[in-house]
Design a protein around this ligand. Sequence first.
Ligand code: DHB
Ligand code: FE
Length: 284
Amino acid sequence: MARITASVYTSHVPAIGAAIDLKKTGEDYWKPVFKGYEFSKQWLKTEKPDVIFLVFNDHATAFSLDLIPTFAIGTAAEYTPADEGWGPRPVPQVIGHPKLAGHIAQSVIQDDFDLTIVNKMDVDHGLTVPLSLMCGEPQTWPCPVIPFAVNVVQYPAPSGRRCYMLGQAIGRAIRSYDEDLNVQIWGTGGMSHQLQGPRAGLINREWDNAFLDQLIADPDALSRKPHIDYVREAGSEGIELVMWLIARGAMSDVSGGAKPKVAHRFYHVPASNTAVGHLILENA
Ligand code: DHB
Ligand code: FE
């Protein structure tokens, strides 16, 4: 059967992708950001996942106000890095896993979570920047990726509670797949940031670190945090953090297993307008 061996959490910022693509990672501003991912790149090479289930948000790139799926699972064979206005990032094509994605769609939808099925989607910085941070600049990404897009751009966004319970259903789906696969689930976006209005530039270190503490120790309580707390404390774009609860919900301890091991934790400000948070949890 397929196993979920670990979950990875990381912020995404378009400027991080630009820093990599334009060879600026050695600059003083960026050095401390990339230092926080050195362990992670080595770790990923050792862990060798067969598939990454990557929870991310589209930023009005593949979707728009014309069509706003709350939860969308990518079942395609491949996904092209999107042109977000400066040409597509020079990163590898993202190879999907239609068979496992189809199984997860079947299982999760029959488990009462309605998903949109996506057979064609260009993937923006929400997906490619976490891959770059964790993998560096390879010729091909290390394994197939199942993109799972969450609407956190246009209200109403799903609650943390719904995301956490969906993560549990995704965990059940993956663990019932009849093939011996090492699967990782990644939750991305966040941490505190606000890109608009009078509070643009808002960062809240204390709140972010309390979020990381609670994500590790008590995700059930964290999942009950209302939207207004995210927006007030972590800024309008801080709501991206609900996606981390999907990955956390899929970990073994949530369904009665042992607590995960914290393999790595990192936090850094600034990176563009965003506080960068990063966590690796290994299932026992
Ligand atoms: C920034 C952060 C984001 O999450 C995003 O989608 C776009 C920009 C930023 O910090 O600049
Ligand atoms: Fe974003």
